[in-house]
Design a protein around this ligand. Sequence first.
Ligand code: FUC
Length: 815
Amino acid sequence: MRRTILCGFLLAMMIPAAASVFPARPTSPRPAADKSGLILWYRTPARADIPDEKDGWKNDPQWLKALPVGNGPLGAMVFGDVDKERIQLNEESVWSGGPADNDNPDAYPALAEIRRLLWAGKYREATELTNRTQICRGPGSGEGQGAKVPFGCYQTLGDLRLDFGTAGPYSDYRRELDLADAIVRVSYLRDGVHFRREVFASHPDNVIAVRFEADKRGAISFRCTLDRPERFATVSDGGSLMMTGILDDGRGGKGLEYTARLKAVNEGGSVGFEGRELVVRDADAVTLLLSASTDFDLSAPGRRGREHRLRTLKTLEAAASKPYAALRAAHTADYKNLFDRVGLDLGGGQGADLPTDERLAAYARNPFDHGLVELYFQFGRYLLISSSRPGSLPANLQGRWANKIQTPWNCDYHTDINVQMNYWPAETTNLAECQGPLTDLIESLVVPGTKTARTQYHAAGWCLHPITNVWGFTAPGEHPGWGLHLGAGAWLCQPLWEHYAFSGDRNYLKRIYPVMKGSAQFYLDWLVEDPRTGRLVSGPASSPENTFRAPDGTENQISMGPSHDQEVIADLFINLIEAARALGIRDEFVSKVEAALLRLAVPGIGSDGRLMEWAAEFPEVEPKHRHVSHLFALHPGKQITIERTPELAAAARRSLEAREDGGTGWSLAWKVNFWARLKEGDRALRLLNNLLKPVGLVDVDYVNAGGTYSNLFCAHPPFQIDGNFGAAAGIAEMLLQSQNGDVELLPALSAAWPDGSVRGLCARGGFVVNLRWAKGALVNAHVLSRNGGTCRIRYRARTTTVETKPGAAFDWAGR
Ligand code: FUC
């Protein structure tokens, strides 16, 4: 059985205006969505004296207790130990490897035969040929162990280690991460003296600042140094410590160079250097400042050449010339400008009295501490602000925080769900600027992706597969089962379009239109006509990363026209047509895309009522597989909706039921969003609660044990940040949706949150929405229109249309 999923979306719906729209008072009162209790806090330190594993996938229990700070390019994990502090450091471009040519010219000559075999039902033969030909040339990602091959690996910058030379008892210990000002604080009492530390990563000054204070003069003494698990030398250099090194280029040669510099600014006492240690004696207060960089340059040929030695020195000197209070004030003002745009109140409160690790455990027993959901939501926003700023690299698999040399999956950019999910909250939770690095990365893929498209597939335009890195890797992976995801390019174009849909920024649209066009160009060449149906299909292709049992008995991933590819390509084509319309482009190319869109094969509904994952009803080998790629059109796509494609929405629901409510961290987060799109708030919350399940720090059950570590990092496991971002987006999606062309209020409010408010969520069309609800029903919506234009606003079955002026707001009570 087949249903068309496309026409519904293409029809613009006009719904007549209704009454009860009030212009807002000039200064609308803020709903009570401003919480002071946005704090992660703990009664014990993360221990600094237990070494991490240098490589691999095992969790490091102490590191997962530490607390993250970041400013975009720089990140740090603060342990807060008392006698020996450890601050593990990251810089965005500390990547081993280098540019490589992995495109495989053997791919194209085999394509036609693979397609023929697949259509003839000869899956075994097709797979054998695919496995031999549709893969990258050379070592590729090193099967996820890329540290020593050219693909490379995102790595730790190293550690700032402090030794206070103390021992013995202390009391009144507390460490916290305050999301309100993005500062980690540590305090304790020893021998009658109160010691306090503060750590933050300043975006305006591009340094990490570590402040030590005590309520007794001359009480602060320590020795500190910078080190790294490998490839480093630390020396004192004109009043600062300098750690330098050269990373592995994966070919036995010299990779990126890095520099990290540390300076101490003391009040009282003295600062000196002994060997590779910086020594502070008897100070009243001290500020340590750290700057770091590599010679990586995304826009340079070979992606290298940025001056970093002098730049890090200048950055450090500039920061050191400012009083600590000024540095701190600049940091908080800059951070708050982003963070304070959104407030969420789900009626939580009491739980904040418990340390966060205990709170998480208590929530698993009794999930009524809605303040924890507020905290988790805002923590997601905090992490995005901290790992992705204009001009930085995008947030990778661990955001910015990674403590190893060989990090899991190379801590790269996976493009078959993970990097996209990282950016789901950017638009809806009012952090659109933080999306900038993703746009830059995608643009940087066009040149290498054009070569890949040409070499592998003799196709125009650009393409990529399920992984990329900072070096512009666009070839397939080492095995087609996971590595032949050609839907990635279309999927990456979606956040580009969405940025325009939310902002209405035509200059941005002009900038990214060629990127979308290049991707569409590729698919026009790549799609082939299915001889049985006459429809256009993608293939050979996998449905990321799921396996089916083929009619010939083989366990297989490769087929023609899996639903996921068909859906992402449809999404791209639809968005491209809209983009062309918005830019007034009417040319032959757009006509070709329109014609291809109408010929695209669309997902079917199986005999069991589920949305089909493949073009045929293959049984899955792993029915609860973590990827749910064939539901892309439900979320983050928009082609399946309850209103316009009710049968497909019902089929998607069946598929979700069959996948059940478990999964890895990001899989659970995705399911929160799916259920929100199906407008089932309680089910969405159930998934969120599964994600908030505390996860042990030691054992890694990589497949099906997603949850949350005590520092609120998402457990894939191991730690992977996409679930943090996906869940933050999912919570927003429960409260506001706009993919349907209207601004829908409280579409998936859970009965567990009867009273609450949210401030500052964003809807497509440039609308910023504040909501208040009570007893499960909307009390008031306050909508600010950034760009003017028509706002069709909706609550349950009620809809009204408001013509807005730029900068003006209106109130609506849903009646
Ligand atoms: C994809 C997923 C895995 C993991 C990895 C980084 O391969 O299937 O679960 O998230 O990316």
